[in-house]
Design a binder for this molecule. Sequence first.
Ligand SMILES: C[S@@+](CC[C@H](N)C(=O)[O-])C[C@H]1O[C@@H](n2cnc3c(N)ncnc32)[C@H](O)[C@@H]1O
Length: 280
Amino acid sequence: MDQKRIYNHKKISQDYAKRDYLDKAEIRIIEDLRNLLPKFNMLDMGVGGGRTTRYFLPMVNSYIGADYAPNMIAQCKKKFKNKKIFEVLDVRNMDKFSNNMFDFVLFSYNGIDSFDLKDRDIALKEIKRVLRNDGYFSFSSHNINWEGLYGLFKIENIYEKLINKSHLPDSGKSAKNIFLKFIIFLKAILINIRLNIKNKSFNIKFHINSLRKNGFGSLADNSLNGKVSIIYTSYKSQIKKLENLGFINISAYSVNGIKTTDENELNKGGWIYYLCQIKK
Ligand SMILES: C[S@@+](CC[C@H](N)C(=O)[O-])C[C@H]1O[C@@H](n2cnc3c(N)ncnc32)[C@H](O)[C@@H]1O
């Protein structure tokens, strides 16, 4: 299924608009940029329902939130009662913005993993173009070496996630409740089968291990109901890609908010957060 259609779904955009927190790593990145932010003209790319807007908007010199899903932007305009700072725009084609226009581009919450590797390159080049020399880029990305990755595909974990979403009472022993739990269990089995088919592998460990050898690859991982594939990368291959494009001073942050080069720490999380600068 087309990812844009999923993100543009009214219910999904409404769900994103309810989010208002920052992750530990994002708080740490803000701390690291604290003295620079007041001077920054910032582009918050893939802004979704404006989760990060509330924090960055008051901190920076100028702010634009952009997203290719019109319903996400509609949610932002409603939430912040501000129509001027939000734009419907695809990161892969930012013709609307001139070269060197921004001091800081953020692409939070793994938005950059939404498209294939070829488009990821196009997106990174566009981000490079709109950033001024020495401008900052921060994003997070799915981690192929996450130690908990196999767990995402286990039927019991898929079941658990569905149960949490369903809000069924835990202790409910009524016939209706038992029946609903049985249906959810069948759904978990079907999702597991769908993930295997989408990943073209009934041995998910083997599939993940082959992606780990490459350092990156595409994985249907049960996010967005397992309907789409997502790019996963290793820390090392992400660094290499950024360096090849001219990014320097690359820092990585673990899900625990720790700035580190220690892969054991980074691999504790399904996501790695990056902050870097472009040298033109
Ligand atoms: C996982 S959501 C994160 C939303 C928001 N940044 C947050 O942290 O809550 C990813 C967002 O990236 C947007 N996105 C994905 N591909 C995009 C593209 N090519 N251009 C612009 N936005 C894109 C999606 O519409 C979605 O809103």
